[in-house]
Write a protein that binds this ligand. Sequence first.
Ligand code: ADP
Length: 159
Amino acid sequence: MPIALYPGSFDPIHSGHIDIAERAARLFEQVVVAVYDSPASKRLLFSTEQRVELARATLQHLPTVQVIPYRGLTVEIAHQVGATALVRGLRATSDYEYEAQLALTNKALAPDIDTVMLITSLKYAYLSASILKEVAALGGDISRWAPPLVVEALLSIRR
Ligand code: ADP
């Protein structure tokens, strides 16, 4: 069974991400969650170290899943870890256009790597890290969308 790379910003990791990681772990022998270091196009709340730390802590129940930070091309890190698949999560059809563009670009860059898109679980279909951060910043209850450690990290930024 192949190795999969699950790349993303994970700012911070939430239950929708964790659900995809758990499902990917059932499909692949090993899953490497790759936390993108400083995407130029995004303003991130947490540092790369914090995002990696939160991902490691919340995925520690999955022995075949490891978390690493990365920079540069996703397909390059995929090659470095021996991954033949990229895992991405799909929520609404609005995700599809961007994800298809990304998958086709990665395929052009690395024809030996395929993107596997897992459809979100219904209960996380509307969940995004941006919404999570916004609700947390406004003092709303986010405990149904993120593990306690992540809730605590978001609350401590608010304080
Ligand atoms: P990126 O900046 O690469 O989009 P994200 O951390 O936002 O990174 O997301 C990483 C991956 O997780 C993406 O494929 C995204 O579509 C997926 N994802 C995000 N939220 C959810 C969710 N609620 N359910 C399923 N997949 C999700």
